[in-house]
Design a protein around this ligand. Structure first.
Ligand code: CAA
Length: 258
C-alpha cells in the first residue's frame, strides 16, 4: 500500500479507508494533499479486493476547505495553471461506492468533497457549509451546483450567500446526510455501511452508482465549468485577497467592492 504524507490509506475487510491527515490545519485541502487523496482513491478503486471506499477525517474534523494560505496571494492565472480543482474530475470516475464519513467541519472544498461521494454519513458534531463568501470568494469545486441540487435552491442560496452552516440534524432533514451517528462511532459506522455494500453484487452496485450519478450530475458540467472559472476570476478582486488575508491575520475584512 502506498505511503502518503497527508492522507492515510488502509483496508478493512473489503472496505478501503482514506483518512485525511492534516488535523492541526483542520485538514485544509492543500494541493499536494488533494493529489495524494485522488491517488489513494484511484489505488483503492483499482484494487480487486476493495468493494467500497470510506473517505474520512476521523471523529474531529472532516475538512475546513481549500487551503486559504496557499491561495491568499494567487492570481487568476496562478489558479488556472494550478487547476487543483480539476483533479477532482478524476474522483468522479471512481467506480466503487464512496462513503463520506463526516465529523466536525465539512466546509468549502470539504463540503464539496463530501458531495462528490455517494453516501454521506454525518457525526452528530458535523457542520456543513460553503462559507467562501466570508473570505471574498465563492464555492469553486462544485458547491453552487451540487449543494443546490441536494438541498434545493433557497436553502443553498442562504448557505452560500451568508456562509450559514448546517448541523448534522439539519443536513439529515434536508437530504444532504443519509444518516447521523455518534461522533466517536463515525468511522466504525461508515465502515460497517461499506461492508454492507461490499456484500452486494459488484457489477449491479457499480452500474447503480453510475445511474444515480447520472441522475444527479446530468447537465451539471456546464454549471461546474462556469463556477470554476468565476471562482478563479475572483482572485482578480482586491476583496478576495483582503478576505483571505483577514482570515490569516484573524481580523474582520473590509470590502471595497473592487
Ligand atoms: N485553509 C488554511 N488553513 C486553515 C483553514 C483553511 N481553509 N481552515 C482552518 N485552517 C487553519 C487555521 O489557520 C489554524 O491554523 P494555525 O493554528 O496555524 O493558525 C488551524 O487551521 C485551526 O483553525 P482555527 O484556529 O481557525 O480554528 P477555529 O476552531 O477557531 O475555527 C473554522 C474553525 C471555523 C473552521 C475556521 O478555521 C475557518 O473559518 N476556516 C476557514 C473555512 C473556510 O473559509 N473554508 C473555505 C475555504 S475556500 C474553498 O474551500 C474554496 C473551494 O470551494 C475550493
Amino acid at each position: 500500500m502506498a505511503e502518503y504524507e497527508y492522507v492515510l490509506s488502509s483496508i478493512d475487510g473489503a472496505v478501503g479507508i482514506v483518512t485525511l491527515n492534516r488535523p492541526k490545519q483542520l485538514n485544509a485541502l492543500a494541493g499536494p494533499m488533494m493529489r495524494e487523496l485522488v491517488d489513494a482513491l484511484e489505488g483503492l478503486d483499482a484494487n480487486q479486493d476493495v468493494r467500497a471506499i470510506v473517505i474520512t477525517g476521523g471523529p474531529t474534523v472532516f475538512a475546513a476547505g481549500a487551503d486559504i494560505k496557499d491561495m491568499s496571494d494567487a492570481t487568476p492565472v496562478d489558479m488556472l495553471l494550478r487547476n487543483n480543482i480539476g483533479l477532482w474530475d478524476r474522483l468522479k470516475k471512481v467506480s466503487k461506492p464512496l462513503i463520506a464519513a463526516v465529523a466536525g467541519y465539512a466546509l468549502g472544498g470539504g463540503c464539496e468533497l463530501a458531495m462528490l461521494c455517494d453516501i454521506i454519513v454525518a457525526a452528530e458534531n458535523a457542520r456543513f457549509g460553503q462559507p467562501e463568501i466570508n473570505i471574498g470568494l465563492m464555492p469553486g469545486a462544485g458547491g453552487t451546483q451540487r449543494l443546490t441540487r441536494s438541498i434545493g435552491k433557497f436553502l443553498a442560496a442562504d448557505m452560500i450567500l451568508t456562509g450559514r452552516m448546517l448541523s448534522a440534524e439539519e443536513a439529515l432533514q434536508h437530504g444532504l446526510a443519509a444518516r447521523v451517528v455518534p461522533h466517536e462511532l463515525i468511522v466504525d459506522e461508515a465502515v460497517r455501511l461499506g461492508k454492507q455494500l461490499a456484500k452486494q453484487p459488484p457489477v449491479a452496485l457499480r452500474l447503480a452508482k453510475e445511474a444515480i450519478t447520472r441522475a444527479f450530475e446530468g447537465r451539471v458540467d456546464d454549471g461546474i465549468e462556469f463556477e470554476r472559472k468565476t471562482f478563479y476570476l475572483l482572485f482578480a478582486t482586491q476583496d478576495a485577497h483582503e478576505g483571505m488575508q483577514a482570515f490569516i491575520e484573524r481580523r474582520q475584512p473590509t470590502y471595497q467592492g473592487r
